[in-house]
Design a protein around this ligand. Structure first.
Ligand code: ADP
Ligand code: MG
Length: 590
């Protein structure tokens, strides 16, 4: 049976089970399932934010509170219809999340989670201290939701609403992650350097995913307020924020269905522990917290990806495939005329504290030529690449690309102008397939955004992007590895994947940092052939490489660097005869 059909059948089965659940189950279980649904909505946001995007937040409970309190306040004090308070809550949460995100997401490393703890606590105390919100006593008398004549007063009726919302969000999130913008979010986890070099506006992606996760939380809060019809600050505390994170981690941080699983496991376990631990221990207390702590340690040691991947094996896997026929290839940018100057670097210097890693280096690259940059380790070659491509800007000097000054521009802007690069230390997303990694390179060649992705309106463009990725992978000689996880390839092949990714950007200048390292003889020859073909098409190539046979057989011109300075420049024959180069670079051996 086809995988997609199997998936659809399983989804239908899940929906049937959901439809029957409130009819067949006793009240207690329906209530439990309602809470699992509410928690799963928040955990789903965290799957996207923390699991996929790599941004840890302890503060989601505060956003749940914003959704709940906005509705509680507007309905009880101002008599606003509960259906209107959902968009109102989303608006309030959106504004708060945007402001907090703009401040917090600049923080890196452990400062980001600490920042989320700080505002998570602030909002919690705000709920408790505002008299208009009923202080610590909270607000009661929240009206029930009403569908025409039907008031959703019982848990059984509410069940359908909660799970319908959850299901829509799960499917929308899944679609989103499997799209151009989704890949950009996934690329965040590999650090923003690679993503930016591929044209992703990483601050924007971070803000969007952070705000989305907050809006999910707010939706859960709105549902909660009208299910409970009473709110007080307790469920929006930092402790609850930690529990949400816990659910996402236990379920499976990077899997949408893991959110439901995690919320289910933690909620049921908590209920069970609260019932049994005091009986076993003969005294009352919050012992479940201790068990949770221990459980977290076990999960982090034994199942970092959570429980979902263990269950997932029994389900058909979704495979991101490129369609072969009937796809209109992406339009290509016209290449500059062969021989015209593409890149001009003048007096480029880069200082790291007391070290001058690049010292007033000047050179140029033309369209349709391979320029090699060689020199001993530490000569400053990679630093020069980073300076040119905007990854780590120069201290002084000027760089112009296709006639425009580009120094000081962010890497993504330089990428947009047609420069693409690979990294000496490979920067792939190891768990993602080769084709998805390469498709990140084509980011700037697509337009469709988050909303289109979530409702699958981006499929035509998406198949063009994947088609482009597939074409580049085949061109680079890796068709067999197309659907393998990038991290499972040998390092030499991973470098080739980086080249395919750079080519997917449709560059006119390609910067390759040690592309042949780790390749075998035949693979090096294939790479040289590929670079010759690209050169013949009119692409400019700037190449850093240590294998002298490779360089001398391929390059049109060679620039030799030593201690950050330009030592010599010229055609390969000239360089090979240059006494200073032989002395300094080859140590006089050859
Ligand atoms: P190459 O690529 O030619 O081997 P690099 O450009 O990587 O050399 O490094 C040039 C010099 O700059 C080295 O001495 C290296 O230690 C130093 N360097 C590179 N990056 C940094 C950095 N981010 N901070 C401080 N020093 C650096
Ligand atoms: Mg280097």
């Amino acid at each position: 049976m086809k995988r997609s059909l199997q998936s659809t059948l399983l989804l239908l089965l899940f929906i049937v089970v959901l439809l029957l659940a409130p009819v067949l189950l006793p009240e207690f279980y329906v209530t439990l399932l309602n809470y699992i649904g509410l928690y799963a909505i928040v955990a789903l946001g965290l799957v996207m934010l923390t699991g996929v995007g790599g941004l840890t937040s302890f503060g989601q409970a505060a956003f749940v509170g914003l959704g709940a309190y906005t509705s509680a306040y507007l309905t009880t004090v101002h008599g606003v219809s509960p259906w209107l308070t959902l968009p109102a809550g989303l608006l309030v949460t959106g504004v708060v999340a945007l402001s907090l995100g703009l401040v917090t997401l600049r923080l890196s490393g452990h400062f980001l989670p600490l920042g989320t703890i700080a505002w998570g606590m602030s909002l919690y105390y705000l709920f408790g201290n505002l008299d208009a919100l009923g202080g610590h006593t909270g607000m009661s008398g929240i009206p029930p939701l009403q569908f025409v004549e039907l008031e959703l007063k019982s848990g059984r009726e509410f069940f359908y609403l909660i799970w319908a919302v959850l299901l829509v969000l799960v499917l929308g999130t899944r679609n989103l992650l499997d799209s151009r913008e989704g890949r950009a979010i996934r690329a965040l986890k590999g650090g923003s350097v690679m993503a930016e070099a591929m044209g992703v506006n990483t601050p924007r992606s971070k803000i969007v995913v952070f705000t989305l996760a907050a809006l999910y939380a707010s939706t859960s809060g709105w549902l909660y307020a009208h299910l409970q019809r009473f709110v007080n600050p307790t469920p929006f505390s930092l402790t609850q924020g930690i529990e949400y994170l816990f659910m996402a981690v236990v379920g499976g941080v990077s899997h949408v269905w893991g959110a439901i699983l995690g919320a289910g496991l933690i909620t049921v376990l908590k209920q069970w522990l609260q019932d049994w631990l005091p009986r076993l221990l003969g005294q009352s207390g919050n012992f479940e917290i201790i068990v949770f702590g221990l459980l977290m340690i076990v999960v982090l040691h034994r199942a970092r990806d959570g429980v979902w991947p263990m269950i997932q094996r029994f389900f058909p896997q979704r495979l991101i495939c490129a369609r072969v026929d009937g796809v209109r290839p992406l339009t290509r940018r016209p290449l500059p005329e062969a021989g015209s100057v593409l890149l001009e670097v003048k007096d480029a210097s880069k200082r790291f504290g007391g070290l001058l890693a690049n010292d007033r280096v000047s050179f140029g690259v033309r369209a349709g030529e391979v320029m090699a940059l060689i020199g001993p380790n530490g000569a400053g070659k990679s630093t020069m690449f980073n300076g040119i491509s905007g990854v780590d800007p120069l201290t002084s000097g000027s760089v112009s690309f296709r006639g425009e000054p580009i120094e000081g521009l962010p890497a993504r802007e330089i990428a947009r102008r047609g420069m693409s690069r690979t990294f000496q230390h490979v920067r792939l997303l190891p768990s993602m397939s080769v084709i998805e990694n390469v498709a990140i390179g084509a980011h700037l060649r697509g337009r469709r955004g988050f909303v289109a992705a979530a409702c699958r309106a981006d499929r035509a463009e998406e198949s063009r992007l994947l088609h482009e990725a597939a074409v580049q992978i085949e061109r680079c000689g890796l068709p067999e590895q197309m659907y393998e996880a990038a991290g499972s390839l040998p390092l030499g092949k991973q470098r080739i994947v980086e080249i395919a990714r750079a080519l997917a950007a449709d560059p006119c200048l390609l910067l390759l940092d040690e592309p042949a390292a780790g390749l075998r003889y035949l693979e090096k020859q294939a790479l040289a052939d590929l670079l010759r073909r690209l050169r013949a098409e009119g692409m400019g190539i700037l190449l850093v490489e240590h294998d002298m046979d490779f360089v001398m057989g391929l390059a049109d011109r060679v620039l030799v660097m030593e201690f950050g300075q330009k030592l010599a420049a010229g055609r390969p024959e000239e360089i090979q005869r240059n006494p200073a180069v032989i002395e300094a670079y080859l140590g006089g051996v050859e």
